[in-house]
Design a binder for this molecule. Structure first.
Ligand code: SME
Length: 158
């Protein structure tokens, strides 16, 4: 069955409010986390046109590249390294207004200018992160954090 997205909203918050119930429907009945990560990446890319959006999955001491939409990316990130590794270590959403000012930022693509990383949890442990890059400075704020956390929670129910 196909699930076309209908996004007619204009403001960022409206787009998230339109997207959330549609994502709930899209993920309903599908328990495979990789499949759901793939569709979430595609839905966010279509809705917001983000430069890069995807998941890194915790495997032993590293994050390993998972489903994503965008340019070719780094495949492995160590615990505590870069923005993704920091979100994993500190168990919190990290917003970076200017990646060039973030110590240890891992530049998979020089076009990336700002970034947000949201951890995904299972029993209080981080099991993956959602990473979104923009090619504009200062693209992400608390509105993105709030709704993206809700989107990641759709995966945590599994
Ligand atoms: N910039 C990230 C690495 C992943 S790419 O942006 C896709 C980081 O510093 O962790």
């Amino acid at each position: 069955m196909s699930h076309p997205l209908h996004i007619s909203a204009t403001s960022k918050e409206e787009k998230y409010l339109f997207l959330l119930p549609q994502l709930k429907g899209l993920l309903e009945g599908e328990t495979d986390t990789i499949a759901n990560m793939a569709n979430i990446s595609a839905a966010l890319k279509i809705t917001f046109g983000f430069f890069w959006v995807g998941f890194y999955i915790v495997k032993r001491e590293e994050l390993v590249l998972g489903p994503f939409q965008g340019t070719i990316a780094c495949t492995r990130i160590k615990y505590g390294k870069g923005v993704c590794g920091t979100a994993w270590k500190e168990k919190r959403t990290v917003i970076v207004e200017d990646v060039n000012q973030f110590p240890g930022h891992i530049a998979c693509d020089a076009a990336s200018q700002s970034e947000i990383v949201i951890p995904m949890f299972s029993h209080d442990e981080v099991i993956a992160v959602l990473d979104i890059d923009s090619d504009h400075l200062n693209h992400f704020d608390e509105t993105d954090a709030r709704y993206l956390q809700q989107i990641v929670k759709l995966l945590e129910r599994e």
